[in-house]
Design a protein around this ligand. Structure first.
Ligand code: PMT
Length: 409
């Protein structure tokens, strides 16, 4: 069965327990890494009797964790941190003993402790002798774990290392990987490089004053997270905000429109999609005073010059980019957005009415319509995180069919 890879950038904690099948986990780790997953390995003490931690250290490029009470390891990524880090804990092979301890909720070694401490899904690939697999206690444990929403991968049936034949063989690495795909999101933008601008820009008047606007960056940051969740590689070019960049996002901080332009032109060369969510200041002072302007006179005239239109500069320097703009409007929302779509030569525009105080700039809610030259979708007022997910859900198929037409057109 061909399934598209949605493992890129997924953080997989690979747990290895004591079974002769542990040798297969080396191939499993290698394949997960080849598919773009970030893999960290935890081995039980008995696993190290079958295969060395050094093998997995070499494959994963990270130290292998083996003990719970290891001061050195706790100074690096401690066990709670590791449990939080993982998007998935995959225990392969999972021995009968480990399965029993897992079902009892024991925390008597590092791996069982991590399983208790994580909020992420846990998948287990059992591996044991066929009689041990058939044993009533094992079957009860497996049944209980399935009821507790653990994901059971296998086992397969066939010849066993001990000479027996029957169920209990660990699944082969490609079969385990196939079973992991459904555990993650759609991967609708898997491996797509996306650059997003967010937040306001600040245009210096003098060393202590600037021109700016009320953009908080919330919409752009939420989009960055939704893109990462859909499997994309995301660069966020952010004007000054008080937000922390979402996990796994490469964040470039800028202040002014000119700095944002510079960063955008550089990042665009390596991007498939460019999303301009920033509220770029349309004008900047012709010159910024080098000293604080004295308030000696009753009035002050600022000479302003128009800032470059970042998204237009980006699309003309990279015509093969898929370009997504936002339209912040206070009247004639859809009409004005359609005009901007055409004028700025965009593939998609997201229109938001910023005339209402509960939506748009600064707040957590937005109400948007997503337009192409021949389609329109609307979403009622919703939290920006939900708006971002909704945008990506609609954007991904539009992008993919645009790409297909471009390739075959
Ligand atoms: O940051 P938040 O508080 O969460 O608020 C989100 C938002 C309201 C700022 C956001 O949803 C939004 O609408 N962003 C675009 C704001 C804007 O500048 O709209 P505009 O209609 O003026 O510009 C149209 C498009 O051109 C936008 O994609 C904008 O990024 C881009 N542009 C504008 C001017 C400029 N010099 N360069 C640009 O690239």
């Amino acid at each position: 069965m061909a399934t598209s890879n949605n493992l890129n950038q997924r953080r997989i904690l690979l747990g290895i327990t004591g079974s002769v099948a542990a040798y297969k986990s080396a191939e499993l780790a290698r394949e997960l890494i080849r598919l773009g997953a970030d893999v960290r390995v935890v081995m039980t003490e008995s696993a190290t009797a079958f295969i060395t931690p050094l093998t997995f250290q070499a494959l994963s490029g990270h130290a292998v964790h083996t003990t719970l009470l290891d001061e050195e390891a706790e100074r690096g990524m401690g066990h709670i941190e590791l449990a939080k880090w993982a998007d998935l804990i995959l225990v392969a092979p999972a021995s009968a003993n480990f399965i029993a301890r897992l079902n009892q909720g024991l925390a008597d070694d590092l791996l069982t402790t991590l399983c208790l401490a994580t909020d992420s899904p846990i998948a287990i690939a059992p591996a044991m002798n066929q009689a041990m697999w058939r044993d009533q206690s094992t079957q009860e444990n497996i049944h209980a774990l399935s009821n507790k929403n653990f994901h059971l991968l296998g086992p397969a049936s066939g010849d066993q290392a001990c000479g027996d034949t029957g169920p209990g063989r660990m699944l082969e690495a490609p079969d385990i990987i196939q079973s992991l795909y459904p555990l993650f999101n759609s991967g609708a933008l898997q491996n797509v490089n996306i650059t997003i601008t967010a937040g306001p820009t600040q245009e210096a008047i003098d060393p202590v004053r600037y021109l700016s606007n009320h953009s908080s960056g919330k919409m752009g940051y939420a989009l960055a997270k939704a893109c990462v969740d859909a499997g994309a590689n995301v660069t966020l070019i952010s004007g000054p905000t008080s937000l922390t960049a979402p996990d796994r996002v490469n964040c470039i901080h800028v202040l002014s429109a000119l700095e944002m332009l510079d960063a955008s032109l550089t990042q665009a060369t390596n991007s498939h999609i460019f999303i301009a969510c920033a509220a770029v200041a349309d004008y900047r002072p012709v010159t910024a005073a080098s000293q604080k302007i004295k308030k000696d006179s009753d009035s002050l005239t600022l000479n302003l010059v128009k800032n470059p239109d970042i998204i237009s500069e980006v699309t003309s320097s990279q015509p093969s980019l898929f370009a997504v703009g936002f339209a912040a409007e206070t009247e004639n929302l859809l009409k004005n957005a359609e005009k901007k779509l055409a004028r700025k030569n965009l593939d998609v525009i997201v229109a938001n009415d910023v005339s209402q105080s509960h939506c748009g700039f600064g707040v957590d809610i937005n109400e948007v319509a997503l337009l192409t030259k021949d389609s329109k979708h609307s979403l009622p007022a919703s939290p920006k995180t939900a708006v971002a997910e909704w945008i990506i859900e609609h954007l991904a198929p539009i992008y993919h069919s645009w790409k297909t037409n471009k390739t075959h057109g």
